[in-house]
Design a protein around this ligand. Structure first.
Ligand code: A2P
Length: 274
């Protein structure tokens, strides 16, 4: 399944997240497994300290670079216009690539995220990235960018799962043609224990994880479940042979309790950066 971004670029809707993959061999193996079972998108970040492994695993595969969709992000310490341009160069070098498909601001660092995004726009103009975007931006952050941007962000990557459905922010993004990517789509595995989701999965011979991934896809979200376990990486991609009914989608929507397992962009502590 493909999500077409505002500029027409096609982004695979299901990708592998590599957050917290720091063991080199484990990371190489996870990406190798993912590429073998059909994943074509990998979501990394400077903060994850595994861009080198992502590049290495991609080169070791026989898949042409143009068939892959690689996302990375500028970390908070590197925000600002010149800093972001420099950070991008470092990421590109680590990846061993001559472009990335999507480059994102990692968090909206106050007083800096607007300049950070301006640098991302420049990278786009220079064709070093195929699409622009941000992560963890709320409506107020997006409004600030939209007020001055020449190229509106095409993606906003936010924490999103059945316990944090982000209805309002999704509606704002949809109205502005900004694709939404769900990070921690399984709620860092916490949502997998939900009995309703487990029972629903059993009806289809699927796990709770597969039901959740299906829910993201049917909501037109991009989804990047993280796993280092080959069997789970494979399982998480085996979601194209069943469809949740509108009623089941609504039942999953109703599980929302605005519960975060990661940081809240409103209260993220950026003080150590000042
Ligand atoms: P592991 O990496 O050890 O396989 P999220 O993407 O929401 O942050 O969730 C990631 C967590 O969910 C990781 O702890 C990962 O474990 C676990 N996980 C990923 N896929 C599955 C699955 N299909 N079944 C059970 N746990 C999973």
């Amino acid at each position: 399944m493909i999500k077409t971004l505002a500029n027409g670029v096609q982004m695979p809707q299901l990708g592998l997240g590599v957050y917290k993959m720091t063991d080199k061999e484990e990371t190489l193996q996870a990406i190798d497994t993912a590429l073998q079972v059909g994943y074509r998108a990998i979501d990394t970040a400077a903060l994850y300290y595994n861009e080198e492994e992502v590049g290495e695993a991609v080169r070791a595969s026989s898949i042409a670079r143009e068939e892959l969709f690689i996302t990375t992000k500028v970390w908070n310490d590197d925000q600002g216009y010149d800093e972001t341009l420099r950070a991008f160069e470092v990421s590109l070098k680590k990846l061993g690539m001559d472009y990335v498909d999507l480059y994102l601001t990692h968090w909206p660092v106050a007083d800096k995220f607007v300049d950070t995004y301006r640098a991302i726009e420049r990278l786009y103009d220079e064709k070093l990235i195929r699409a622009t975007g941000v992560s963890n931006h709320h409506q107020q952050h997006l409004e600030r960018l939209l007020a001055t941007a020449n190229v509106a962000p095409m993606v906003n990557q936010i924490e999103l799962h059945p316990y944090l459905t982000q209805q309002e922010l999704r509606a704002f993004c949809a109205a502005n043609n900004i694709a939404v990517t769900s990070w921690s789509p399984l709620g860092r595995a916490n949502v997998l224990r939900d009995e309703f989701l487990q029972q629903l999965g059993a009806q289809y011979g699927k796990s709770a994880a597969q039901v959740i991934i299906r829910w993201h896809l049917q909501h037109d979200l991009v989804v990047i479940p993280k796993s280092v376990t080959p069997a789970r990486i494979e399982q998480n991609f085996d979601v194209f042979d069943f469809t949740l009914t509108p009623e089941q989608m609504a039942q999953i929507d109703a599980l929302n309790r605005n519960e975060r397992f990661g940081q809240n962009p409103e209260s993220f502590n950026f003080d150590h950066l000042k």
